[in-house]
Design a protein around this ligand. Structure first.
Ligand code: SF4
Ligand code: SF4
Length: 88
């Protein structure tokens, strides 16, 4: 399991969540080359330890534990994972 970033991040993308993640699994951060072109930020499911620290940092409530992700955003599980597959 992992935490998932869903649709509300699109258009906000302020990277507040990146600062609090203890395992640095939220990308791309503002200092990374693919930040400008990214529609949203993503959580690497292979690295996320489900600590939940990022959830309260998000001003638009875009981050959910996978099991609590609202049904209309289930596709974001794959969208988050795919970002890292394409990046590695
Ligand atoms: S739940 Fe914890 S480990 Fe996972 S992305 Fe959020 S801050 Fe990082
Ligand atoms: S804090 Fe929320 S809106 Fe900001 S980048 Fe993270 S998920 Fe996106």
């Amino acid at each position: 399991m992992a935490h998932i970033i869903a649709e509300p991040c699109i258009g906000t993308k302020d990277a507040a969540c990146v600062e609090v993640c203890p395992v640095d699994c939220i990308h791309p951060g503002k200092g990374e080359g693919d930040y400008a072109g990214a529609t949203q930020l993503f959580i690497d499911p292979d690295t996320c330890i489900d600590c939940g620290l990022c959830v309260d940092e998000c001003p638009v409530h875009a981050i959910y534990p996978q099991e609590d992700l609202p049904g209309e955003w289930k596709q974001y599980i794959q969208i988050n994972a795919d970002f890292f597959k394409n990046r590695k």
